[in-house]
Write a protein that binds this ligand. Structure first.
Ligand code: OOG
Ligand code: NI
Length: 500
């Protein structure tokens, strides 16, 4: 008898719910943040029916209150490789490559996420995953000590590894296996108060970089934040202050606009948490966890974040975004901070006046990605379909300009509706800002950044998906489906008038 396997989207959904429950217990302030976000979202949906309608048309309304993303930091190639296999069980694949060394953070990263529209709507949960670059530490002795510490840890349970192998050989997991998988996988992301390293090693690592201490100093890649999606990040930022949740100084990303683009993010500051460092003599006593083998200390790394997502940009739109952002930062002249926040926002808003702020222009100028939806009735559909070039109708016209013109006309005639495609990825400059504001680092590190996507992919054991290609193909598919639907509506119309 053939086993029935659980859909990966459902495993991902269950995992993200369990992860959120675990994190709310570990970091109660994150629970307060979730409450605030859901209050603000309810208000926006009540007061702005057009926002509700748009989320309804794109299918995002149902996913709004689900978690959006989390982040982890890994220490070795082998950890990254197994993590890829673990996420594949949940239908999450590596998308994008982010080099953060050039921004002073010694990691490179990818995001594990679903890649199909329907899967994203079933569960949008994603994990920003960074790999530490010990090759950037200039102190050779410390580099060796860190390598030994990382080589000695095991971040995956034996059970999760056998379930991953089972998934790979069977091609899926049964209901019972999926349930065990979620519980076992969660162990990797749990917080461990007792460190496997001594306080003195931890402090040396900390002096190199807060991030190195956060990875090498712990038993596993504890989830360091979870991020719900809000429909009004400015309201949440203000609300945090009012609720005594200490916010990060500035909102990263583009300025406030009528048509949100890409991603805006802010967070509450990382908490100082009590940890127990292994005493040097504790090493000789093996895994004896008794209190006597540990001494008290503190670590700062875990926080809560909020994001507001907007439309995904094409390469042309993205390059305009990058130009305007760096123009604004250049004009400010220093890193944006609490001291210059209002000045920074003013400059940013001014710079972004050059970025069209209505969906029609974003579409017509090829700056953003959209879903195409057929909204014609039978007679309209018959009329436009009979006028259309066969090639355009089958979405395989060799003449791109002709197609574009024909589609633009259909949009103007109101038989095709445009809906913005939400940006599912991250932004390197913003990510660096998030890292920095949560590491409690006063110094600014510099790394002679050789970006190294190839080494990252070798460690991963796979190529990362190109996010722009994914959006492009989602848009192309949606256009094809939309034209097909127009054709269907028109055929139904014809059949009906014949039989009448
Ligand atoms: C990841 C920081 C980046 C984001 O949303 O851009 C990030 C980390 O702190 O490990 O999560
Ligand atoms: Ni984040």
């Amino acid at each position: 008898m053939k086993n029935t396997f659980i859909n990966s989207d459902d495993i991902r959904h269950d995992f993200s719910v369990s992860m959120s429950e675990m994190y709310q217990k570990e970091v109660p302030l994150y629970g307060d943040l979730i409450d605030l976000v859901s209050e603000v979202n309810t208000e926006v949906l009540n007061e702005q029916p057009e926002v509700r309608q748009q989320l309804d048309h794109t299918g995002e309304i149902d996913r709004l209150n689900l978690e959006r993303h989390g982040a982890i930091r890994l220490g070795t190639d082998a950890e990254l490789n197994m993590m890829r296999r673990l996420f594949a069980v949940m239908g999450m694949y590596p998308v994008g490559y982010y080099d953060l060394a050039s921004a002073g953070v010694p990691v490179h990263s990818t995001a594990f996420r679903a890649i199909k529209t329907q899967s994203l709507n079933n569960s949008p949960f994603r994990v920003f995953t960074s790999l530490l670059r010990l090759d950037l530490i200039d102190d050779e002795i410390l580099q060796k000590e860190a390598t030994v510490a990382l080589d000695n840890r095991r971040i995956f349970t034996d059970n999760v590894i056998s379930l991953i192998e089972r998934f790979e050989t069977q091609g899926g997991l049964t209901a019972d296996e999926a349930k065990r998988f979620v519980q076992e996988a969660l162990e990797t992301f749990r917080w461990h108060r007792q460190t496997p390293v001594s306080k003195s090693l931890y402090e040396k690592l900390l002096l190199q970089h807060g991030l190195i201490a956060d990875v090498v100093g712990f038993k596993g890649p504890h989830i360091n934040h979870l991020t719900p999606r809000t429909l009004d990040i400015d309201a949440v930022q203000a609300g945090m202050q009012a609720k005594g949740i200490p916010p990060k100084a500035i909102i990263e990303g583009p300025p406030k606009r009528s048509c949100s683009i890409l991603l805006r993010q802010t967070s509450f500051k990382a908490l100082e948490e009590a940890v127990s460092f292994k005493k040097p003599e504790g090493d000789r006593l093996g895994d004896d966890c008794s209190k006597d083998n540990y001494e008290d200390g503190y670590h700062t790394a875990r926080f809560g974040e909020i994001e507001q997502r907007g439309v995904a940009l094409t390469p042309k739109g993205r390059s305009l975004y990058d130009t305007l952002l760096s123009q604004a930062r250049g004009q400010l002249g220093v890193t944006p901070s609490a001291a210059n926040a209002s000045e920074y926002y003013r400059i940013l808003e001014q710079a972004f006046e050059d970025f069209p702020d209505d969906y029609q222009s974003l579409h017509d100028e090829g700056l953003a990605y959209f879903y195409y939806q057929a909204v014609a009735n039978e007679s309209e559909a018959s009329r436009v379909v009979s006028d259309l070039d066969e090639n355009v109708l089958e979405a395989n016209s060799p003449d791109a300009d002709l197609s574009k013109q024909a589609i633009d006309t259909l949009i103007k005639q109101g038989v095709i509706r445009l809906e913005p495609m939400v940006y599912e990825d991250f932004l390197p400059v913003s990510a660096a800002g998030i890292f920095q504001s949560n590491l409690n680092d006063s110094k600014q590190s510099h790394y002679e950044g050789r970006s190294n996507q190839q080494a990252f992919e070798t460690a991963l054991g796979a190529r990362v998906y190109d996010e722009l290609e994914l959006y492009q193909s989602m848009q192309a598919q949606s256009l094809k489906a939309c034209l097909l639907q127009l054709n269907d509506i028109s055929q139904t119309g014809k059949a009906r008038s014949k039989s009448a």
